[in-house]
Design a protein around this ligand. Structure first.
Ligand SMILES: Nc1nc2c(ncn2[C@@H]2O[C@H](COP(=O)(O)OP(=O)(O)OP(=O)(O)O)[C@@H](O)[C@H]2O)c(=O)[nH]1
Ligand SMILES: [Mg+2]
Length: 355
């Protein structure tokens, strides 16, 4: 009899404990809901476009950039433009490309005397930058930029030397979107759309930054992983022997099924689709995936990349996984994609995101 009673008692206790857990969960859920924030974490390797998405949110939902930030971008753009020309001159040397004879002395002089970390662009710098950017040799090196490290947006800025050197120059939204500043540490932006508060967390994607990621993994409601689709033929900035997309795939594999995210919804963004479309006509996908057999066809190539990533995801019953092709420097396109992601969160039982 006593045995039976204690068995029933244990059963009762178990039931109660289950109930308490449920109530606690519900309470936590409500608490977060009242707080009303959906936490979205952006992950991806360096240069994939994470911060560009955050900049777009700043433009779309926060009224643009404050003056002190615009001033920082102006200085970075001006010092970058000089370092792009220096990189191209050096690349001519390593790739054995001839610089036009009449520019050779100028190029060596530019390498030795111009300080790349200074934002100052004198009249003389301006003339020299213009002359060197017109040089056939530098243009040839630019065409072979995947063989060394040069930011994708170098030509966007080098084509506007006069505007950028002007004393009244202030960067416009596009200039800021194309300006590359690798993220160090963590940046976050809060904004409101459709009466919901969104918190977007941006981390640095380069190797040395990734060890800091784990501090952001708690309470994530949605994971967005960004891949630069165009990087399939490029080598890592941090280590010149590793293919960038292979690295990104490893990082994706490591994170999407870990304990923090295995039940979380996942959005995969195949970004820099504008650059990818052009590139795939020239460079075969086999550079990164030797077993690929689809030739230079855009649809086949991008679908192949998508499959390489999505086949790594362990699907749980309620886990939603989606993929978009994006160009995150394009404000309208980014708005459409991000709002469709947010709408699907709102439409599907939003409470699920607060569990
Ligand atoms: N053409 C093109 N350029 C892009 C696109 N997305 C980003 N970029 C450019 O790529 C560069 C890198 O973008 P970021 O947003 O800084 O990359 P990130 O992922 O934040 O890099 P880390 O901070 O180092 O992790 C910037 O110069 C952007 O302007 C795109 O879709 N198309
Ligand atoms: Mg960044």
């Amino acid at each position: 009899m006593g045995k039976k009673q204690s068995k029933e008692h244990r059963k009762k206790l178990k039931k109660q404990a289950k109930r308490n857990k449920r109530i606690e969960k519900q309470f936590e859920k409500q608490k977060t809901h009242e707080h009303g924030e959906v936490k979205i974490l952006l992950l991806g390797t360096g240069d994939s476009g994470k911060s560009t998405i955050v900049k777009q949110m700043q433009i779309l939902y926060k009224g643009g950039f404050p003056n002190d930030e615009i001033e920082i971008y102006k200085n970075v753009i001006r010092s970058n433009i000089k370092s792009y020309i220096k990189t191209l001159i050096k690349a001519c040397g390593t790739l054995n490309i001839e610089i036009n004879e009449k520019n050779r002395e100028l190029s060596q002089d530019f390498l030795q005397t111009v300080r790349k970390n200074s934002p100052e662009i004198t009249e003389e710098h301006k003339e020299n930058l213009r002359t060197l950017w017109k040089d056939k040799g530098l243009k040839e090196a630019y065409a072979r930029r995947d063989e060394f490290q040069l930011p994708d947006a170098a030509n966007y800025f080098l084509d506007q030397i006069d505007k950028i050197a002007d004393k009244n120059y202030l960067p416009q939204a596009d200039d800021i979107l194309y300006c590359r500043i690798p993220t160090v540490g963590v940046k976050e932006i809060h904004f409101e759309v459709n009466k919901h508060l969104w918190r977007l967390i941006d981390v640095g994607g380069q190797r040395s930054e990734r060890r800091k990621w784990i501090h952001q993994f708690d309470d994530v409601n949605l994971l967005i992983f960004i891949v630069a689709a165009s990087e399939y033929n490029q080598l890592l900035y941090e280590e010149q022997n590793t293919n960038r997309m292979q690295e990104s795939l490893q990082v994706f594999k490591k994170h999407v099924n870990n304990d923090f995210f295995k039940k979380k919804d996942l959005v995969l963004l195949l970004n820099k689709i504008d650059l990818f479309k052009e590139k795939v006509k020239k460079y075969p996908l086999t550079i990164c995936f030797p077993e690929y057999e689809g030739g230079d066809n855009y649809d086949k190539s991008i679908r192949y990349i998508k499959k390489q990533y999505l086949s790594q995801v362990k699907k749980k019953k309620k886990r939603k996984v989606s993929c978009h092709y994006t160009c995150s420097t394009d404000t309208d396109m980014t708005k459409k994609v991000i709002e469709s992601v947010m709408n699907s969160i709102i439409k599907s039982d939003i409470n699920r995101y607060f569990i």
